[in-house]
Design a protein around this ligand. Structure first.
Ligand SMILES: NC(=O)c1ccc[n+]([C@@H]2O[C@H](COP(=O)([O-])OP(=O)(O)OC[C@H]3O[C@@H](n4cnc5c(N)ncnc54)[C@H](OP(=O)(O)O)[C@@H]3O)[C@@H](O)[C@H]2O)c1
Length: 350
């Protein structure tokens, strides 16, 4: 029997991606869809302006949209949440207190000391914080968060470098897709033929989240990694897929060949456990001089991999490279789905 799940924020850019990725999922079955009071009471088909390139799944069309409150009577232990950041804090807490497991995409709890911020290939061991969270807050349920989309892909590429060589400094310039801002996002007159050199809050997230993700669990607390990160974040007229130009200072001397091999060989718990949404290769190394590119490479490994390329020496740092990742798949809904699969595999969800 499949595990019944719900989606909070089901009508948004990330919520729709959840509905798409949960269609035919081997372990999970969607039993509840929730959104704002604007949508509640309508059928999903009516409330949702579907923006994905595959059709809305048949089973979702006539499902009623519920209000995103714990009193709405959602009969599912596991909830995927893609609510606006300012709202997510109290709503997710209300659901966790009511006994639900909340896999959240919002920033509200990512940096809380007792909330795991998880990329399963990077820090699966941080799930142990769940015990601290439940004991400290007196909850039967709990909250597990996934990172901001740009941080997720950068951290996936950095993890094997940190493990193999040590890592001290990261300089990154992002070119982020419009779907990263949700729907309808940036007005077309602001973004078409343009680059916007500012995304509110994004640079702070790219500084703090990778440090927690790459940090160490010690005596029930996360010790942040000691890495200096300097990001510039830009919104560009690309539909899906964030591109990031990254320079790194490593802890020891190495070569382009060795780094490429470390990336190619990178596997972790999701691959060992054979989780349904795990990519076979979490990091793909593009060989061509002009790749990766969003319109050509974003769907590799069904959007669950980080694609790196253009690795070369850096005269300011040690090495520089380009990475690409799908922002609403691995950077949001797909990442949360993999977190939930890990929770099931580790016995946190029965
Ligand atoms: N887009 C990305 O690439 C991405 C990546 C990583 C993380 N995230 C995070 O994921 C979350 C959702 O992002 P998104 O891009 O999907 O945003 P979005 O397209 O604006 O969707 C927001 C969703 O939240 C619902 N909502 C809004 N106000 C609400 C309220 N007062 N009560 C209950 N539900 C409410 C909306 O429902 P209605 O349709 O009824 O208004 C909609 O379903 C954000 O926290 C964002 O930072 C997004």
């Amino acid at each position: 029997m499949k595990i019944p799940v719900g989606v909070l924020g089901a009508t948004g850019a990330v919520g729709q991606r959840f509905v798409q990725l949960l269609d035919g999922h081997p372990w999970f079955e969607v039993k509840a869809l929730a959104a704002s009071s604007r949508s509640a009471g309508q059928s999903y088909e009516r409330a949702c302006h579907w923006i994905l390139s595959t059709p809305m799944p048949e089973w979702a069309r006539q499902m009623p949209v519920l209000p995103a409150t714990a009193t709405a009577g959602m009969d599912c232990q596991l909830l995927f949440a893609s609510l606006p950041g300012d709202l997510a804090g109290p709503v997710e807490e209300e659901f966790a207190a009511a006994g639900h497991v909340v896999c959240s995409n919002a920033s509200a709890h990512r940096l809380a000391a007792d909330v795991p911020l998880i990329i399963p290939e990077v820090n699966a061991d941080h799930l142990a914080l769940i015990r601290t969270q439940q004991a400290g807050r007196g909850w039967k349920g709990f909250i597990v968060t996934s990172a901001n989309c740009s941080s997720t892909h950068m951290t996936l590429a950095l993890k094997p470098l940190q493990s193999a060589f040590g890592l001290s400094k990261v300089y990154v310039v992002t070119m982020q897709a419009v779907s990263g801002g949700g729907y309808p996002g940036v007005p077309s007159l602001d973004i078409l033929g343009n680059v916007i050199p500012y995304i509110g809050g994004e640079e702070d997230k790219m500084v703090s989240e990778p440090l927690k993700l790459l940090g160490r669990l010690q005596e029930g607390r996360i010790q942040d990694a000691e890495i200096v990160i300097s990001p510039h974040c830009n919104r560009v007229p690309v539909h899906d897929g964030h591109t990031e130009c990254v320079s790194v200072s490593l802890g020891r001397q190495t070569t382009i060949e060795e780094i490429s091999q470390v990336w190619r060989d990178f596997r972790a718990e999701p691959q060992a456990l054979g989780l349904p949404s795990a990519p076979q290769h979490p990091i793909l190394v593009a060989e061509e001089a002009d790749r990766p590119q969003p319109s050509r490479d974003i769907h590799l490994e069904k959007g669950m991999a980080t694609i790196v390329g253009r690795l070369r020496p850096c005269p300011l740092f040690d090495f520089k490279f380009v990475l690409l990742g799908h922002n609403t798949v691995r950077g949001a809904a797909g990442g949360s789905l993999l977190n939930a699969e890990l929770l099931v595999a580790q016995g946190w969800i029965k």
